[in-house]
Ligand binder design. Structure first.
Ligand SMILES: C[S@@+](CC[C@H](N)C(=O)[O-])C[C@H]1O[C@@H](n2cnc3c(N)ncnc32)[C@H](O)[C@@H]1O
Length: 518
């Protein structure tokens, strides 16, 4: 990690120097606008779980530049998951820079025009690109004709001669992705509405399984101007089944979009404009009178620590480093490490689990910490030297090592499930004070329900049973399905899941007004 941050800083510097040495026209002609590394990390964080089934990931960036995506790949994925990695760039300065920076991390750089490459040694499990945004009139006529013909013969798609180079990149890249591999593209919005975009939409609807399309909010300029009119596209290289539903999100953040809607891939028309879809906001409306989880609970995703390896420590490590427990809060480990559906508590509010984990939870200024506990100050300093403080989440916090304030949720749900597992989603009753990371959704009882549970604690077991008895199909239908049978539920989606109240609960329910009685 440490090493990557250093190289990442060198990359930024190298990128800056090359950019500075070029005229604006030259950069426009080659579409040379780098992806901010924070954005590359955000995109890869969002991509990571899609690649869970792949143990060694072959990587390809067909327009590598200085390697912002490869840098993010190294930062987000564990070292032993990095497979064969390739980058291509037409520009010798960039390909040399990428080679110098990343070859010792296994990146093989090819200095070539990607659209003229026929293949490389290994197909990609992850093909990720911010392809050159070059308008068609900068593409020479002979190349343009070849690209149009190639798309026709290999994909049977009629591509307009007015297409920008990024469209040709997308079509040409198809044969470089493994079957079931994931492809991620940061491309201009234009294709959503313009005529030449029809071919792109035909490709997306007929040749692959689209997972998500995110559109940045043009009113919030988080990155450079070049990116405000951009879209991030995730798809899997497999033919979509009829039930595939595509998630359309909108906002300045990929992780926390302002709007979200899902549309069946089979119901989309490539000839229509798609940009208005992003405005349709909350999707799933309730059309049944049954109570929903949101009648009883508020749902919140667990905290994003900014770096779990640094902030979350197990008890032995904390003891070994002699860090005082008062600076830590208990946090539940990964769902895989929890066998029971009830997490009991000890007298201090810590969960009764074989291995216990704690998250650093300290808002004091650094000088105060230095005065009170030099061992913790050393730990924080080490984190800073390792680059933890400059991570996307940490650098936006003050102090960078503080955490979002959260109470322990009473119930939790691990919200990424697999179709072939016996239960795609699991609910746990958390009697401890442990908070959760973002691998869980937390269920916080609404005030009336909280009071009721306090006065009738025996209801807790019944509610747990009720949650776990929710038909998997109901959870799946309310959530979203990704290729490979991976299911995910967002907080809003879990809120809309219908529940069947336990028998013992009926006496608290006003038969006329349903739950509003409380
Ligand atoms: C938008 S930049 C992205 C760079 C880098 N991947 C990033 O995200 O920061 C596009 C890159 O594509 C390169 N490029 C332009 N035309 C190309 C082509 N025909 N084949 C390969 N690379 C090309 C440019 O030199 C530039 O480095």
């Amino acid at each position: 990690m440490n090493k990557f941050i250093e190289t990442e800083n060198e990359r930024k510097e190298g990128q800056f120097l090359i950019d500075k040495s070029r005229t604006k026209l030259y950069r426009n002609q080659l579409g040379q606008f780098a992806t901010p590394n924070e954005l590359a990390i955000e995109i890869l964080e969002e991509t990571k779980y899609l690649l869970n089934p792949v143990s060694k990931i072959n990587f390809l960036d067909p327009a590598i530049g200085s390697g912002s995506f490869f840098s993010a790949f190294l930062q987000v994925f564990e070292k032993d998951r990095i497979g064969e990695s390739f980058g291509v760039d037409i520009d010798r300065d960039f390909s040399t820079l990428a080679e110098n920076l990343w070859s010792n991390q296994g990146l093989k750089v090819i200095n070539a025009d990607f659209t003229k490459l026929n293949g490389i040694d290994a197909k990609a499990d992850l093909l990720i690109a911010n392809p050159p945004y070059v308008r068609h009139h900068h593409i020479n006529e002979i190349d343009k004709k070849t690209l149009v013909d190639n798309a026709q013969s290999s994909l049977n798609i009629k591509v307009s001669a007015l297409s920008g180079l990024y469209c040709h990149f997308l079509f040409h890249a198809h044969k470089f992705i493994k079957e079931n591999g994931i492809s991620v593209w940061l491309i201009p919005n234009e294709f959503l509405d313009v005529n030449y975009g029809v071919a792109v939409k035909q490709y997306l609807l007929n040749k692959v399984e689209v997972i998500r399309i995110h559109r940045f909010n043009p009113e919030i300029i988080k990155f450079s101007d070049a990116l405000v009119s951009s879209t991030v596209l995730w798809f899997r290289n497999t033919k979509a089944n009829l039930n595939n539903s595509i998630e359309f999100t909108f906002g300045d953040s990929i992780t926390n979009p302002q709007k979200r809607t899902s549309i069946m891939q089979s119901s989309l028309n490539p000839k229509e404009k798609w940009s208005s879809i992003f405005q349709s906001g909350d999707l799933k409306q309730r059309n049944s009178k049954n109570p929903c989880i949101k009648d009883l609970f508020t749902i919140r995703r667990g905290i994003a620590t900014g770096n779990n390896n640094f902030f979350i420590l197990n008890e032995n490590k904390i003891d070994h480093m002699q860090l005082p427990k008062i600076f830590f809060k208990p946090i539940l480990p990964s769902p895989k490490l929890i066998d029971n559906t009830i997490i009991e508590t000890d007298k201090d509010g810590n969960p009764c689990l074989t291995e216990r984990f704690f998250v650093l939870n300290c808002d004091m200024s650094f000088s105060e910490i230095e005065n009170k506990c030099h061992l913790l100050a050393d730990y924080i300093k080490n984190g800073e030297q390792a680059g933890v403080s400059t991570g996307y989440i940490c650098k936006n916090r003050n102090p960078w090592y503080s955490q979002e304030k959260r109470n322990a949720p009473l119930f939790v749900c691990n919200y990424i499930g697999r179709e072939n597992s016996t239960k795609a989603f699991r609910f746990l009753l958390n009697k401890s004070q442990a908070i959760i990371s973002n691998s869980y959704l937390g269920l916080y009882p609404k005030p009336f329900f909280y009071k009721l549970l306090e006065s009738e604690p025996s209801l807790l077991d019944e509610i747990l049973e009720m949650l776990n008895a929710t038909p998997t199909l109901e959870l799946i239908n309310k959530g979203r399905v990704y290729g490979g049978g991976m299911y995910k539920l967002e907080p809003k989606e879990l809120e809309n899941v219908e529940i069947k109240l336990p028998v013992g609960f009926q006496k608290y329910v006003n038969p006329v007004k349903q739950l509003t009685l409380f």
